[in-house]
Design a protein around this ligand. Structure first.
Ligand SMILES: Cc1cc2nc3c(=O)[nH]c(=O)nc-3n(C[C@H](O)[C@H](O)[C@H](O)COP(=O)(O)OP(=O)(O)OC[C@H]3O[C@@H](n4cnc5c(N)ncnc54)[C@H](O)[C@@H]3O)c2cc1C
Length: 298
């Protein structure tokens, strides 16, 4: 891996590291080392890195901000690629914004409301990047990124670039058809003219709601998707698991669909708790909870 790292370091101007501990890059603050960690800064660098990884048959994982991710304690035997540089740029047009995939979604929500543009207030306070938001079809308060997306520029596994319309991406509740070898590079979002004070007020209300209903300790957002017409948090709480602790991980006392890292949680602690929640909810209520978080290194 050291030789590949040296080869890639000569190809990219961003970070190239071996044995990078992924707990530094996840909101859970959990996760073992990745063999290789690379930050391409331009589209050319990205394509070069991916083609080197393909030639060397090294598995690839695209990381956003790691806010919906559980990385195993053993880490990942492959290369983690995180976009930076030009992928962190965005530009506003007439009631629209074109954004690189590494821009924080919440940054766009705040910037849009400052400009009096409506449509992205739901994203105020949703952590993570625009790319991660598209893959997860992130949303809140009854809206999701699918409601504002017009098109996305995707680099596929064969390293061909495609400009895809929102309707081609299979976007539904916390779901898309973007495969794990593909890279979201840029997106275009459609906004509408609103009033600055109204948009700022809506964002403020969403942020307050988060502060009141979501835990402060490191976490990865909702562990499970909500089943139809119910909420995973309600079911886990009704199963008597709120506050249940295993090692350094705990089912949040504030919101039972969040598992929090109380300081020294391992991925194994989190896994134990989420399996417990899944089994108890199935046993007591006959509901099979589906994971919302993504897994790496399992
Ligand atoms: C406190 C907290 C609150 C949250 N609240 C919400 C909420 O209200 N609504 C909601 O929907 N989510 C919420 N989340 C979950 C999370 O913020 C979202 O899913 C977010 O969109 C993930 O973005 P990310 O950049 O962190 O992606 P990551 O967690 O890094 O990755 C998620 C998936 O996207 C893929 N991916 C990331 N970037 C790219 C790319 N450029 N190209 C291809 N694949 C890529 C990864 O491979 C992975 O499969 C919350 C999380 C936390 C910690």
């Amino acid at each position: 891996m050291r030789k590949t790292a040296e080869k890639i370091a000569a190809q990219v101007s961003g970070i190239v590291r071996t044995d990078e501990v992924l707990s530094r890059h996840t909101s859970f603050k959990i996760g073992g080392p990745a063999d290789l960690f690379v930050e391409p800064l331009t589209m050319t660098e990205l394509v070069t890195v991916l083609s080197t990884l393909r030639q060397e048959e090294i598995p690839l994982y695209l990381l956003g901000s790691g806010t919906n991710l559980l990385v195993s304690d053993a880490g990942y035997r492959g290369a983690v690629v995180r976009l930076a540089g030009e992928f962190k740029q965005f530009v506003y047009g007439d009631c629209c914004v074109e954004s690189g995939a590494a821009v924080p979604l919440a940054r766009l929500a705040s910037e849009s409301s400052q400009r009096g543009l409506a449509g992205l207030d739901f994203a105020a306070g949703i952590p993570g990047t625009v790319g991660g938001a598209l893959v997860m079809n992130a949303g809140a308060h009854g809206s999701a990124i699918s409601d504002v997306l017009t098109e996305a520029l995707i680099l596929d596994e064969k390293l061909s670039l495609h400009s895809l319309a929102a309707g081609d991406l299979g976007l539904s509740y916390r779901k898309s058809n973007i495969t794990s070898g593909s890279v979201v590079c840029r997106v275009k979002l459609r906004l509408s003219q609103g009033k600055r004070e109204v948009e700022l007020k809506k964002c403020g209300q969403h942020l307050r709601f988060r502060r009141e209903h979501q835990p402060l300790q490191p976490n990865a957002g909702s562990i499970f998707k909500n089943p139809p017409h119910d909420s995973a948090g309600r079911l886990i709480e009704a199963a008597g698991l709120k506050g249940r602790r295993v090692g350094g991980a705990m089912i949040s006392e504030l919101h039972a669909n969040f598992i929090v890292n109380c300081g020294n949680a391992s991925a194994a602690d989190v896994w134990f708790l989420l399996e417990m929640a899944r089994e108890e909810v199935a046993k007591q209520f006959g509901v099979n909870l589906e994971l919302e978080i993504r897994l790496l290194g399992y």
